[in-house]
Write a protein that binds this ligand. Structure first.
Ligand code: BES
Ligand code: ZN
Ligand code: ZN
Length: 484
């Protein structure tokens, strides 16, 4: 979507719709058209929308007033919602002429414009790729943003970040019959070509040679081979700090022999969210031209039951030599990540490694759908992610990893087991402790994105379906870490 920057006064806007955001105690602008509005009609409470026709008295035809609530409770996400609401209103009445004012009292213009543009671009995406009648859906091709300052850089940042998030949503919305592991590898190759990234693909035979038996064990029940894709940005620029992002790419999680109940199983097409998100991060980081080196990696496979599938009780030796007793084939994410994390830690030696995974249902029990579970062995990395979450509103909450939890994954017949003892108590933490066995000495953070990978009801700027969460969060954190 094209965003035009206009350095003009709101009163000079000639669009069909002008959108303005106001705090609860702000007086209404454009007296010539708003003087008849009673205070009760537009109180400015958070999220309130009022549309006023100017009846020819102003240059624009209608003004959309958006309530920001009390100024002391302001947060930037209100502006994402404002951008999303304005865009959806314009799309709803099928107009192509929208101007959004980024002049927000007491908010710096760069933050304001970035949040508004992110909200608008995110709201313009709808999960309609499989609808046969595309004409029923109206999309805006462009809009104007009004500001007094020089904001081009922040419009550009918003475009890169929100478009990368939409790219993740679109790929992730593909169900398992379309988004096979091979198809995800194709997406990685296309991105590498488009954005001039280096790429290495490990096929099944490579994994056999490298003894990635944990991945191969999960893959055993599927007729489709597994794949690991490794994208590299600024490869070889050794003066830049190296970061790695690693994603869980289960293209469908049936549970395997420890099969899941039928109800809701369709949602397990989103079990590849971590993987797709690493592609979105690689896209955004390379387009933002961040001064870092980045390795973006995912491992993709189905988790299926069949005559050849892995069985409860099976013991596999992972890439780093640790033996794992597979007591539940549905705890497969940690298995494929064990080989991936230990391989990347050893081969690439990144300064920091961040993994993203829809890892445990227990995460949803703990935090619901409003915060991502964060697990880390390093305070600096953890704080960077926390701060980034508050800014991007992809909020995280750090979880404990005391050694008692690691005790819970000690196995009877192997080094570790893939589920905790005590009947699933602290299930997200024992899963994170399992991953920790495979990172060596690397600084690391694990983001358990189960529960936030897709949304059941649309809100002001995200539709139902794949959320694309994590792209803005991790990019912001990487940028912050690189500056230190
Ligand atoms: N992909 C699931 C976790 C999940 C559940 C993601 C619900 C999103 C929504 C994961 O592979 C899984 O099945 N985990 C098991 C682990 C258990 C067997 C220890 C779980 O959470 O039940
Ligand atoms: Zn599972
Ligand atoms: Zn899974």
């Amino acid at each position: 979507m094209q965003i035009n920057i206009k350095k003009i006064e709101p009163a000079d806007v000639k669009s069909e719709i002008l959108a303005i955001a106001l705090y609860q105690d702000e007086s209404l602008p454009f007296a010539e058209i708003t003087k008849g509005i009673r205070k009760e009609e537009f109180t400015g409470k958070s999220g309130q929308v009022s549309i006023i026709d100017s009846q020819g008295k102003t240059n624009f035809r209608k003004v959309l007033l958006y309530g920001l609530g009390e100024s002391k409770e302001f947060n930037l996400d209100l502006l994402r919602r404002f951008g999303g609401t304005a865009l959806r209103y314009a799309a709803g009445i099928k107009t192509t002429s929208l101007s959004i004012s980024a002049n927000i009292v007491e908010v710096n213009s760069s933050d304001a414009v970035q949040a508004i543009c992110e909200g608008a671009i995110l709201a313009n995406y709808k999960p309609i790729q499989f609808k046969s009648k595309q004409d029923d859906y109206f999309e805006l091709k462009e809009f104007d943003v009004i500001s007094k300052e020089n904001i081009a850089e922040y419009v550009n940042r918003a475009s890169i970040l929100a478009n990368s998030q939409n790219y993740v949503r679109e790929i992730n919305e593909n169900p398992a019959n379309i988004a096979t592991p091979q198809k995800l590898a194709e997406h990685a190759k296309n991105l590498a070509k488009q954005n001039k990234l280096d790429i290495t693909i490990l096929e099944k035979k490579d994994m056999e040679k490298l003894k990635m038996n944990a991945i191969l064990g999960v893959n055993q029940g599927s007729p489709l081979p597994p794949v690991m894709a490794i994208l590299e940005y600024n490869k070889g620029k050794m003066n830049l700090p190296l970061y790695a992002v690693i994603g869980k790419g289960i293209t469908f999680d049936s549970g395997g022999i420890s099969i899941k109940p039928a109800k809701g199983m369709q949602e397990m097409k989103y079990d590849k969210t971590g993987a797709v998100t690493t592609l979105g991060i690689a896209k955004a980081v390379s387009e933002l031209k961040l001064p870092i080196r980045l390795v973006a990696v995912f491992t993709a496979t189905e988790n299926m039951p069949s005559g050849s599938a892995q069985k409860p009780g099976d013991i596999v030796t992972a890439y780093n030599g640790k033996t794992i007793e597979v007591l539940n084939t549905d705890a497969e994410g940690r298995l494929i990540l064990s080989d991936t994390l230990s391989y990347i830690a050893k081969e690439k030696k990144p300064e920091v490694m961040i993994d993203l995974a829809t890892l445990t249902g227990a995460m949803i029990v703990a935090l619901g759908k409003y915060r991502i579970g964060l697990f880390s062995n390093d305070d600096t990395v953890s704080n960077a992610l926390y701060g980034a979450g508050e800014k991007t509103f992809e909020r995280v909450w750090r979880m404990p990893m005391d050694k008692e939890y690691s005790e819970m994954i000690k196995a009877d017949f192997a080094d570790i087991k893939n589920i905790g003892s005590e009947g699933g108590e602290a299930g997200s933490i024992t899963a994170a402790c399992f991953l920790k066995e495979f990172i060596g000495e690397t600084k690391w953070a694990h983001l358990d994105i189960a529960g936030v990978d897709n949304i059941a009801e649309r809100h002001a700027y995200l539709d139902k379906g794949a959320s694309g969460i994590g792209v803005r969060l991790v990019c912001e954190a990487l940028e912050k870490m690189a500056k230190k």
